[in-house]
Design a protein around this ligand. Structure first.
Ligand code: ADP
Ligand code: MG
Length: 241
């Protein structure tokens, strides 16, 4: 589904991503872990073209997407993104938040979009709040709406950048539950998270980023075990655990 070849990203003299290689197959859930500043967000942002890579290639279904000719808006539609801060539009209701992009960016018929939006709200357990404004909702509820909003564009891949890091502990579970459901339904997902329980349970692969490199890319069983001798990873897991 996604292939990354020798991806490099510099901000001025600061090299944030170094020779990143990554393959993500359809239906896979890949969790990315690593300490703050290791380049996790920059990697996700390069994937959906919020940042322009300095070098290397990104392919989506065998088509290179980081070229001069790429239609950036099309790529962003195919890669849904969910952020730590939910970024809902405060002046729109829940339903309007979900419908706005499919109608005004993708130009899909309003009736069809509404039907789909209602189904998605059902899926994330937010049907009853469809006419509320975001500020009336808890953080967990807002994040579930943000997930529905990303899904409304029919993305091929969902990217999550620390989706539960801004939430009170008691609200984390309801968001992870929605993400588990998505994974079970076969969505291809790339998830940056510090929720190691989620990674163990849901990930097909876990990538450990350190200082701009993916230094380990393996099964959760392997990554969370003693069967490797990566000291940086051991110490990261000890500190987070
Ligand atoms: P992570 O998500 O793993 O915490 P980031 O990808 O956000 O890491 O950041 C990696 C490094 O790149 C950090 O040193 C950060 O300060 C730097 N960085 C990120 N975005 C920018 C930017 N727009 N301009 C300059 N430096 C940046
Ligand atoms: Mg980050």
């Amino acid at each position: 589904m996604i292939k990354v070849e020798n991806l490099n990203k510099k901000f001025g003299d600061l090299e944030v991503l170094k020779e990143i290689n990554l393959d993500i197959y359809p239906g896979e859930v890949v969790v990315i872990i690593g300490s703050s500043g290791s380049g996790k967000s920059t990697l996700l942002r390069c994937l959906n073209q919020l940042e322009t890579p300095t070098g290397g290639k990104i392919f989506l279904e065998d088509k290179q997407v980081n070229t001069e000719e790429t239609n950036i808006n099309k790529v962003r539609q195919e890669l849904g993104m969910v952020f730590q801060q939910f970024n809902l539009f405060p002046h729109m209701t829940v339903l309007e938040n979900i419908m706005v992009s499919p109608v005004s960016v993708a130009g899909r018929p309003k009736d069809e979009v509404k039907q789909k939006a209602l189904e998605l709200l059902e899926m994330v357990g937010m049907s009853e709040k469809k006419d509320q404004y975001p500020l009336m909702l808890s953080g967990g509820q807002q994040q579930r709406v943000a997930i529905a909003r990303a899904l409304a564009m029919n993305p091929k891949v969902m990217l999550f950048d620390e989706p539960t890091s801004a939430l009170d502990p008691e609200l984390i579970g309801e968001v992870l539950q929605v993400m588990k459901k998505l994974a079970k339904d076969g969505m291809t997902m790339v998830v940056v998270t510090h929720e190691m329980g989620f990674a163990r349970e849901v990930a097909d692969r876990v990538c450990f980023m350190d200082n701009g490199y993916i230094v380990m890319d393996d099964s959760p069983e392997k990554v969370f075990s003693d069967q490797h001798d990566n000291d940086r990873l051991h110490s990261f897991l000890r500190n987070i655990g």
